[in-house]
Design a protein around this ligand. Structure first.
Ligand code: IMP
Length: 209
């Protein structure tokens, strides 16, 4: 099959690993930012929403590779008891330079007095794909659940060690792979993206006929 290149506009190796699994059945050859340039600096995430940040990442990489297929993603965790924080600041919560255990401990401390039924939270992934003919396809996936009282599990990354998806009593970190890639917010966003790609390709085909 003649596969087109799809550039993943992220430096996050954990996300890349998941995208390799989730996008494996699409007719694309996945390409990494590092293959393009070792010193590409990601843009500042100044958006107020996940979608704004995904589009900022897409536009920034588009300047480097106009006319390419590009996938950008933004997302994070929103905790109801914290008025949806950290949200767009998920990667920078507590301190930009903190390690993940430090960041998660700070979140646990902030949630110390919050009892089980009020520990609800939501993981969101928003994907923006730029097409060679300058269209943008958008997709979103959300998984609701709650925050554990301590870090648990060794797989996944970041908030996976605190987040218990609804219908489970283990954190995503404990549930691990391959299960995470069968229900996660990223899985759901990719499923929606696949539908949008299907529509895009059939419009392309009918324009040619
Ligand atoms: P981004 O890399 O700018 O999109 O920041 C998203 C942040 O949200 C990540 O750094 C993590 O903190 C968090 N996040 C996004 N997806 C996941 C996930 O699948 N598991 C755990 N944390 C995630």
């Amino acid at each position: 099959m003649n596969r087109e290149d799809l550039w993943l506009a992220t430096h996050n190796k954990d996300k890349v690993k998941e995208f390799y699994d989730l996008l494996g059945d699409l007719p694309f050859r996945l390409r990494l930012i590092e293959e393009f340039s070792s010193d590409y600096a990601p843009p500042e995430e100044t958006g107020k929403t996940f979608l704004e940040n995904a589009l900022i990442k897409l536009q920034a990489f588009k300047k480097e590779k106009p006319g390419a297929w590009i996938l950008a993603e933004d997302g994070g965790i929103e905790v109801d008891a914290l008025d949806k924080r950290p949200g767009v600041y998920s990667a920078r919560y507590y301190s930009e330079t903190a390690t993940w255990p430090e960041r998660l401990k700070a979140l646990l401390k902030e949630m110390e007095q919050v009892p089980e039924p009020l520990r609800t939270a939501h993981m969101t992934s928003v994907i923006a794909v730029g097409t060679p003919d300058q269209k943008t396809l958008q997709a979103q996936g959300v998984v609701s659940g709650s925050l554990a009282f301590s870090m648990r599990g060794h797989e996944g990354f970041a908030y996976d060690w605190l987040f218990i998806p609804n219908g489970h009593d283990q954190t995503v970190g404990e549930l691990g792979y391959p299960l995470k890639n069968k229900f996660s917010h990223r899985y759901k966003a990719v499923e929606e993206l696949k539908k949008k790609l299907g529509q895009y390709f059939s419009q392309q085909k009918s324009a040619v006929l």
